[in-house]
Design a protein around this ligand. Sequence first.
Ligand SMILES: Cc1cc2nc3c(=O)[nH]c(=O)nc-3n(C[C@H](O)[C@H](O)[C@H](O)COP(=O)(O)OP(=O)(O)OC[C@H]3O[C@@H](n4cnc5c(N)ncnc54)[C@H](O)[C@@H]3O)c2cc1C
Length: 404
Amino acid sequence: MDFAFDARTEELRGKLLAFMDEHVYPAEKIAEEQRAELASPWDTPAIVEELKAEARKQGLWNLFLPGSEYGAGLTNLQYAPLAEITGRSPHLAPTALNCAAPDTGNMEVLTQFGSDEQKKQWLEPLLAGEIRSAFAMTEPEVASSDATNIRTRIDRDGDEYVINGRKWYISGAMNPDCKILIVMGKTDPDGEDIRRQQSMILVPSDTPGVQIRRAMQVYGYEDHSHGGHAEVVFDDVRVPAENLIGEEGGGFAIAQARLGPGRIHHCMRLIGMAERAIELMCRRAVSRTAFGKPIAQQGVVQNWIADARVSVEQLRLLVLKTAWLMDTVGNRGAHTEIQAIKIATPRTVVDILDKAVQAHGAGGVSQDFPLAELWASARTLKLADGPDEVHQRSLARRELKKYI
Ligand SMILES: Cc1cc2nc3c(=O)[nH]c(=O)nc-3n(C[C@H](O)[C@H](O)[C@H](O)COP(=O)(O)OP(=O)(O)OC[C@H]3O[C@@H](n4cnc5c(N)ncnc54)[C@H](O)[C@@H]3O)c2cc1C
């Protein structure tokens, strides 16, 4: 077993670490200042476009997409340590490299299931970073962790489909650059096979009847850098029949295919967030004195730091093993490990961030350090892309099956 990164990964890691130091970290404050001056808080600050141009010039672009036809041609194992680095600045770096959710998952869907025309119209501008996109599945009225509950209707009417429904927490949809939504709904709500009732369809955001109602908050944060999380109503929205992705009834399978890579990408970035939290915790602990000695000399703080380091090393190994399995036996073969990292990573990283907040005192919950926002962001990943309990249930069932 070889734990070293290969030459290509090492080369890209070196480039990316330098890009983060020279461009991304200094841009964090600038982005915040520029956002305060924007006409709409959902617009993209100019510095983000500058970062994108620089990343593209340096070949740090579309690294997430396996296969060399559209992406950088990296394996999951090669991409994992790079995504981790971007997680250290999760509100800027993934966007700068055109590797931000939900666009990544949407580009994967279009690459795998899109028609030539759909690829030309939507995949190409997404790959070029010219537009953004959203993925609309969750609905406020039903428990959406069970996709069979989805109520949005996609009804065929001649050469068109008509879409009616209400979605929420649709990431990216507040951003005016979000030009296309992939919408999940039911084309055959009474069909016998409950996993063949759903379809996915492309809906341009300027189609009449698409109403972006409001921005949903995350623990009070607007999450501007993610393009917000919108509540969206589809009111008799008509799109050409060619906008359907794949075949009628194929929506459930596409959703499953989309979520595998998305989940591991989130976990990789979360590990980067944890590394940043450890760094901040250590810097703070050595720089402040209480009751006659540096906070870093308190045994309890040392325990937090040691436990955080142990946890991050464990998580990283599991994430890398999962990436390797996805590359060698496919996403299906890596099902258990994908669920394992999706359960273990947010839970552990939330705890590490919480300890880093504690080590900072009041500063930890303030706007002067990134920890509070990182905590809120990490916490949502115990819900988004499938709540922990759903993964635990499914993983446990597979484990129990061996004994029945
Ligand atoms: C910041 C953020 C961004 C998001 N972005 C998007 C997006 O871009 N597009 C999109 O479509 N959705 C998005 N979501 C929605 C997210 O995917 C859903 O919240 C998630 O799938 C859960 O669905 P729900 O909220 O309807 O919870 P419900 O389905 O109502 O579940 C509530 C709780 O019930 C419990 N539960 C459910 N099923 C089981 C089970 N089988 N066993 C045990 N317990 C169970 C769990 O504790 C679960 O948390 C986002 C959410 C957040 C917070």
